[in-house]
Write a protein that binds this ligand. Structure first.
Ligand code: PHE
Ligand code: ZN
Length: 883
């Protein structure tokens, strides 16, 4: 079948500098939800190398009222207004172009451009411009390599819109006739249009202050609706932590006199880094113990940090074009990861990031939507805010940082910011600055940006007791991906340490070197295959490989269960302890899938070592909790040629239950110890780690034996924070405990009206691995806590179902696919970006067993046959079905 996406394909190799640029912008807004008038005054300049080119301004979904050039109104035959552009032939090299347009925020459910949010009685207006939303506000050269200075004046009814905000520093305000008022803002930093923002409405505020290392006094504000403002204190603390950390770790100071954050419940993504005026999905901003889980607290820290860090990695230095998106996103995710790692638990953050990489990025790389970190083509750029661009992009930055060392990386980043400040840069610029500052050539690393697919790293170890030599052979292979049949070798840094059978560190002496080097080192595999020979190795070593997950590759090696146990017990890299436990669990899962049960000896080794781990009070409880939590089904199934999701579910459950049953005594002891010494509602890292382990123990205990459900009931009753309450609720539901439905009702009643907590309530139901969850989810779409137009609701219910409940989603009769297909169609009419994201769940059909393969494919085809699909969804469907 052929399905043409409705937008033309844009190619990286076709990039051309803009024929015209805009140096200065003056915008005037008369804000009104039903009809907002936008007057723009643009100073435009021609690129002398492109004589004759007309001025083409992007413009979508706006009603044009007037066009003037150098003060003179243009007759309609002097310009051309198309569906996506306003084209004006201009004779000279410089002009002042003025436009006046009308836009309608209150019907804008796409949540791009100017739209309305907030409760019915207090609607407020706000903007979202990345990637291409500014063209829905005013005609403009809406591309990231056009940087201009902005002066923005807002006018609105003072009673309905008492708060008026735009990017930059405030530059005057006052009253107007008829109960209206105005406010003006000047942003001294030239910026691309995707960083433009305004907010107008009745919001409550909290204020704080920060003095930068350069001595600038910055006023900090967070604005939210009245019922949410009391939950913004944690975010304010996080902001100050982020500002200080970026100064200390990367020497980056803030550069305006004011920094605003605004919360909204209507947002398609996590948050947005608009210059000096960040807009946040409330989900990543609000936190208090009654209404936020520990994970939510950590996400607030991470996302507040992320958006703040964009002020340098993204705003001061931006992207030349959208192909370079990872230049800001990969780098900023890396900076966010380091921020949380420095402030909270490095090991836990690393484990979580690797889980996300496996679940979201490896699967993307293995499916029809695979693309390089720097794509070479797109038809709808909104569809490239992906795990590949974000998470794999961050992994590339992490590898570069490990290769250059902490100081070298800092030097390189300093050079990058200094060289490209105020400009739009490329991946080549980034590698160039990092390389120049360190006197190395980093061009081989470009291949990581250009090549899609997850490299498989094969490792073979060979020890010769007679010569006391140890050989490690590493080989890499990347399977073809759409449009890239042939792959090249990538530079792969492999961090290695050797342990003896008792867990003692062994020296690392590479053959040919004068002496043993550091006991941990990074070997770089630059070719298809290489052998590293170590000499003077006293006994057969246990190899700790890819320490800290030093490269985003899939490690394949045959390794003895006994060796993994040595690592589980002794590895001094917390991540690799977990990685070894995961590797052993994967072996048991593979046995269970192939032979109907995990093999007894490795199972015994695994459970005995984890029993010790559970009893080890010296270990970080968060790490122990993670070691008790098996990889999710999709990740376990990743290497299977053909997937039967029900069989995968059963094999995984078997391994999980075997572990729980073998560990009842230590789990119970640990659960009791953690309960006796309850940390209440404290939210520091240590308290969070303890709760994490306590909830992991509870889940395992109830899985081992329903007799332990009384513990869950008691925890649910007594919980003093959302983490414990939700943890207990989830256990009661998965055990189908008699009290489960009463607990669900009690939870909903307690949190009535709290959208974010009710989203968790929707998710905990949508992720129950039971066939009848399909009907439950259908019923919940009619619940008063659910609205189709709210992206958080859609992700909490349907996203959780499609992406985190493989058993129910893949129900053999196709009911799960139907449910998601219909939801996609319904959401597409409201919020195309969200529909496109949800539709990616249907992309994995090729690897399913034949019956489900046909059912899922049919669902995609049914969707593709519908009229009036958005470009976002058409693009995903076309690529999912292609080939
Ligand atoms: N640039 C935002 C971030 O990652 C993400 C985003 C993209 C938000 C597009 C809204 C729209 O920080
Ligand atoms: Zn970002």
């Amino acid at each position: 079948m052929s399905l043409e996406s409705s937008k033309p394909v844009v190619l990286l190799r076709d990039y051309r500098a803009p024929a015209w640029c805009v140096t200065d912008v003056e915008l005037e807004f008369d804000l009104d939800p039903a009809a907002t008038i936008v007057a723009a005054r643009l100073v435009v300049e021609r690129d002398p190398a492109q004589p004759g080119a007309a001025l083409r301004l992007d413009a979508e979904q706006i009603e044009l009222l007037e066009v003037r050039v150098d003060g003179e109104a243009l007759a309609e035959d002097r310009y051309l207004l198309g569906a996506d552009a306003l084209t004006i032939p201009l004779a000279g090299d410089r002009a002042v172009v003025e436009t006046r347009v009308r836009i309608v925020p209150e019907t804008n459910t796409a949540l791009q451009g100017l739209y309305a949010s907030g409760s019915a009685d207090s609607r407020f207006l706000l903007t979202q411009c990345e990637a291409e939303g500014f063209r829905r506000i005013t005609p403009f050269l809406d591309r990231p390599d056009v940087l201009a200075r902005y002066v923005v004046t807002l006018r609105a009814d003072k009673a309905r819109f008492p708060l008026l905000l735009a990017n930059g520093n405030a530059d005057g305000a006052g009253d107007l006739a008829d109960g209206r008022h105005w406010a003006r803002f000047v942003d001294p930093h030239p910026k691309p249009s995707y960083l433009f923002a305004l907010v107008g409405g009745r919001l409550e505020s909290i204020e704080d202050a920060f003095v930068t290392a350069e001595g600038r006094r910055v006023r900090l504000f967070i604005h939210a609706e009245a019922d949410a403002i009391g939950r913004c204190g944690w975010a304010m603390q996080c902001l100050k932590l982020a500002m200080r950390w970026d100064e200390q770790r990367f020497g980056r100071c803030y550069d305006l006199d004011v920094f605003h954050i605004v919360a909204t419940h209507d947002f398609t993504m996590g948050a947005m880094e608009n210059k000096g005026l960040n807009v946040f999905n409330a989900k990543y901003l609000l936190a208090d113990p009654e209404q936020a889980t520990d994970d939510a607290y950590r996400h607030v820290l991470a996302v507040v940090g992320h958006e703040y860090f964009h002020n340098w990695s993204g705003n001061r230095v931006t992207c030349r074009d959208w192909f370079q998106l990872s230049l800001k996103e990969g780098l900023t995710v890396y900076r966010e990861q380091e921020f949380e790692s420095d402030l909270a638990s490095r090991t836990l953050r690393r484990i979580e990031d690797v889980r996300v990489l496996w679940r979201a990025q490896f699967s993307e790389d293995a499916g029809p939507l695979a693309h390089p970190v720097r794509p070479d083509r797109y038809s709808e750029i909104n569809n490239f805010y992906t795990a590949t661009v974000y998470e794999k992009g961050a992994e590339i930055v992490r590898m570069l940082a490990s290769v250059l060392g902490r100081d070298g990386f800092r030097r390189g980043l300093d050079r990058y910011f200094e060289r490209h400040d105020g400009h739009a840069a490329t991946v080549e610029d980034f590698l160039g600055a990092l390389g120049d500052a360190n006197g190395v050539d980093l061009t081989p690393w470009l291949a990581w940006y250009g090549q899609a697919g997850t490299p498989v790293l094969d490792a073979e170890a060979h020890y010769d007791a007679r010569t006391r030599q140890f050989e490690l052979t590493l080989a890499q292979h990347t399977a073809p991906t759409p449009g890239q049949p042939r792959k090249q070798a990538l530079p792969i840094p492999v961090a290695v340490a050797l342990f003896d059978a008792d867990g003692g560190r062994m020296p690392l002496h590479l053959d040919g070197e004068a002496a043993a080097g550091a006991p941990e080192r990074v070997l770089t595999l630059a070719a298809d295959r290489a052998t590293f020979r170590f000499v003077g190795v006293a006994s057969r070593p246990v190899v700790s490989l890819l320490r800290g997950y030093s490269a985003p590759v899939r490690l394949r090696r045959s390794v003895e269960a006994d060796d993994l146990v040595v690592q589980i017990r002794h590895d001094d890299d917390g991540f690799n302890r977990w990685f070894a436990a995961d590797a052993l669990a994967r072996q048991l899962f593979a046995d269970a899938l192939a032979q109907g049960a995990p093999a007894a000896r490795p199972l015994g080794l695994w459970t005995r070592s984890l029993a010790e781990t559970v009893g080890d009070a010296a270990l970080d409880p968060a790490l122990v909790a993670e070691m008790l939590t098996l990889a999710d089904a999709n990740s376990l199934a990743e290497t299977l040629a053909e997937v039967d999701p029900e069989a995968v579910y059963r094999a995984r459950a078997q391994v999980e239950t075997a572990l729980a049953q073998a560990l009842v005594a230590p789990l119970l002891a640990r659960y009791r110890a953690l309960s006796d010494d309850d940390v209440g509602d404290a939210v520091d890292t240590a308290a969070q780690a303890r709760r994490r382990l306590r909830n992991a123990c509870l889940a395992a205990l109830c899985r081992a034996d329903a007799a332990h459900l009384s513990l869950a009931e008691a925890q649910f009753e007594r919980a003093r924070n959302l983490t414990d309450r939700l943890g207990a609720l989830s256990v009661l539901l998965s055990a189908q405990a008699p009290g489960a439905s009463a607990a669900l009702d009690a939870f909903a009643a307690r949190h009535a009206g709290d959208m974010l907590v009710l989203d968790q309530w929707l998710s905990v139901q949508a992720t129950q691995a039971l066939p009848e969850t399909v009907e439950r989810v259908v019923a919940l779409t009619a619940h008063e806590a659910f609205r189709w137009a709210n992206p958080n609701n859609v992700y909490a219910l349907l996203g959780a179902f499609a992406l985190r409940n493989p058993r129910a989603f893949h129900r053999a009769d196709g009911a799960g696919y139907r449910l998601v297909g219909e939801a996609v169609a319904r959401v597409d009419a409201l919020t195309p970006q969200v529909a496109a994201r949800l539709a990616t769940a249907l992309g994995g059909w090729r690897r399913l067993e034949p019956v489900r393969r046909a059912l899922m494919r049919r669902e995609l085809e049914r969707l593709a046959a519908r009229e009036g699909l958005s470009p976002d969804l058409s693009d995903i469907l076309a690529r999912s079905l292609a080939g």
